[in-house]
Structure formats: structure tokens, C-alpha cells
Design a protein around this ligand. Structure first.
Ligand SMILES: [Zn+2]
Length: 323
């Protein structure tokens, strides 16, 4: 039933987690893909032998596969790097973000997104498009030059005005430290949404401001457990946010890294583990409606109408099949 529920928009997901591991494995069969067998391995599409740093050697993926001999074993080992179910996010993370380090790379990357999103919107008429949030790796925040990063974001916004959106992300920080108090700045800047708002429940004044200014809070419950921020779902701060009727949107973060479906599993966990046992279908509908209210699509009427039609169809299906 949870699979059938219309869930609205997915407002917080990362490029490295939006493709299934099987799909990524399939991509490694594309021509002109080079691999550097460091641990973790690096991949690069290139028409010439890549010159990027590599402790071992760059070789064509097709050659590496043939040399290894046992293709099934090779693919099984390779797939481990695309999924957290068998590997470690922290191993993979830094190198995927390396894509953004070079000036020409990030512009090329955004162009690729634009092409794919345009094609996808053309083919699927009920898809309302996607937008990108420029977000440098959190792992490099100590060395990152904020002014440079802002310039890059502005440059991208000028070149792709409809594609680039913006938000502010917060993290779990020790209560009362300067990084925890960055949340004050985040709220005072009056963004449209705030990501990962775990710390908010420790700041009642900010909670009020968030509500007054109608700033949406993006919550990724399964991701929080995988990333070890919350162990038991029943203790997730989302239950407090729901109890205070805060504007919440549910998202799935890097879901295919742990092989969960986008939103379906998150909705399931929220319904069975986080929300009050007295909550019902109205909660799930409200969460879906929130995702439409707080996205950046300008004319929302067609989207909302389609959602309502889908919702009615969903109710009919449930009454037919489950009652
Ligand atoms: Zn995230």
C-alpha cells in the first residue's frame, strides 16, 4: 500500500544516490570508461588515457574486465562499491565529490543534468522536472574557500537560471558549539527550506522562527539511521517536529546506496516507527502536500490537480484491493 501512495515531490536527494547499483554496474560496460584500481577505485570517461592522480594505473574498463577473467566475480566485487549494503559510504564519498573540484567539470556535470532532465520531462508528462542545489562536499569544509564556492554557484545560476535552486544544510552538532549555533544564521537568512534539521529541537526560539517564517524542514529518516545519527527510529527528532506541527518534507537522501526505494521506504518507516500510533493516512497526505507547497515550481496548480487525481485513484485502488 505504501508503494501506491502518491508522495508528491522528492526535495532532497544526492546525485551519487539516485541510481540503483545494478544500473551503475551496467554503466561500467559503456565504452571509453577508464578505471584506476586504487581503493576505492576511480572511474573516468575519457577519449584519451586520463592524467588524473592514480596510485596504480588507469586502464580501460573493458580491458580490466577481460584481464580479470571471471566476469561475474569481477562485477560482484565492483558492485560492492556502489552500495552501502556491502560497503562503506565513507570509502566512496570523497572521490565522487572530486567531480566538482575542477572548474570545467562542474559546468559539464550541470549540462549533463540539464540534458537528461529535459529528455526525461519530455518522455514522462507527469514529471515536473528537477532542480539542482549547488553543494560542495561537506568533507572539504575546512579547506574550502566560501567566496569561491559562492562565485561558482552564482556563475551556474546565471548560466542555468531555471535549473539551479538553493538551500541551506545543517548537520548534527554538539549542542551549544559554534557549529550548532550556525543554525541561528541559517534561520535568520530566511531560506525556503533547511536540510537535516536535527538540532532545531534544541532551540525553541528558532523553532518558533521557522514556523513563523514558514521554512520547510527536509528530513531523511533512513539516511539518518544509516549515517548513525539516530539509532532507534522512535527517537528520531522528526517525532518532535510532527508533534509541534512544524512544516516538514520527507526526503530520501542517498537512498539507492542502501538500496531503498525513493520515499516509499521513508514513508513506511515514518508511519510505522516515528509518527504517533494515532496518526493515519492524513499524515501521509499532508507530507506529500508539503512537498508540493515547498518546492520551487512556479505554477503549482497543474501539479496539485494531478496529485489530487492520483490520490483519488489511490483511494479507489485501496478500497478495491485491501478492504
Ligand atoms: Zn543530504
Amino acid at each position: 500500500m505504501m508503494r501506491l501512495i502518491p508522495k508528491g515531490a522528492l526535495l532532497h536527494t544526492h546525485d551519487m544516490g539516485v541510481a540503483r547499483p545494478d544500473f551503475l554496474l551496467q554503466v561500467t560496460y559503456e565504452p571509453l570508461l577508464y578505471v584506476c584500481s586504487d581503493h576505492p577505485p576511480k572511474f573516468l570517461f575519457s577519449s584519451i588515457l586520463p592524467k588524473h592522480a592514480c596510485d596504480s594505473d588507469w586502464q580501460l574498463m573493458t580491458e580490466a574486465r577481460t584481464k580479470f577473467g571471471d566476469v561475474n566475480k569481477f562485477d560482484a566485487e565492483l558492485k560492492k562499491y556502489f552500495s552501502l549494503v556491502t560497503s562503506d559510504l565513507r570509502d566512496v564519498y570523497p572521490d565522487v565529490n572530486a567531480v566538482w573540484r575542477r572548474k570545467y567539470d562542474y559546468r559539464e556535470t550541470v549540462k549533463v543534468y540539464k540534458t537528461v532532465l529535459d529528455k526525461f520531462s519530455h518522455r514522462y508528462k507527469d514529471f515536473y522536472g528537477g532542480r539542482l542545489i549547488y553543494s560542495p562536499s561537506k568533507l572539504s569544509w575546512r579547506t574550502m574557500n566560501i567566496t569561491n564556492e559562492l562565485q561558482k554557484a552564482e556563475e551556474l545560476k546565471r548560466e542555468f537560471p531555471d535549473l539551479i535552486a538553493g538551500t541551506i544544510s545543517t548537520l548534527v552538532q554538539r549542542f551549544g558549539t559554534w557549529s550548532d549555533e550556525n543554525l541561528v544564521d541559517a534561520v535568520l537568512l530566511k531560506p525556503k527550506r533547511i536540510g537535516n534539521p536535527h538540532a532545531l529541537v534544541k532551540h525553541p526560539l528558532l523553532m518558533n522562527l521557522v514556523k513563523q517564517n514558514d521554512i520547510a524542514l527536509e528530513v531523511n529518516v533512513i539516511s539518518d539511521q544509516v549515517l548513525n545519527l539516530v539509532d532507534d527510529f522512535r527517537n528520531h527528532p522528526l517525532s518532535v517536529l510532527l508533534a509541534y506541527d512544524m512544516p516538514v518534507v520527507i526526503a530520501s537522501d542517498y537512498n539507492f546506496l542502501w538500496e531503498a526505494n525513493s520515499l516509499t521506504h521513508d514513508f513506511y518507516v515514518i508511519f510505522t516507527g516515528v509518527s504517533s500510533e494515532r496518526s493515519d493516512l492524513r499524515l501521509l497526505k499532508q507530507l506529500a502536500l508539503n512537498s508540493m507547497k515547498y518546492n520551487t515550481v512556479k505554477d503549482k496548480r497543474p501539479m496539485e490537480k494531478m496529485f489530487q487525481d492520483n490520490w483519488n485513484q489511490f483511494l479507489d485502488r485501496v478500497l478495491e484491493n485491501f478492504s
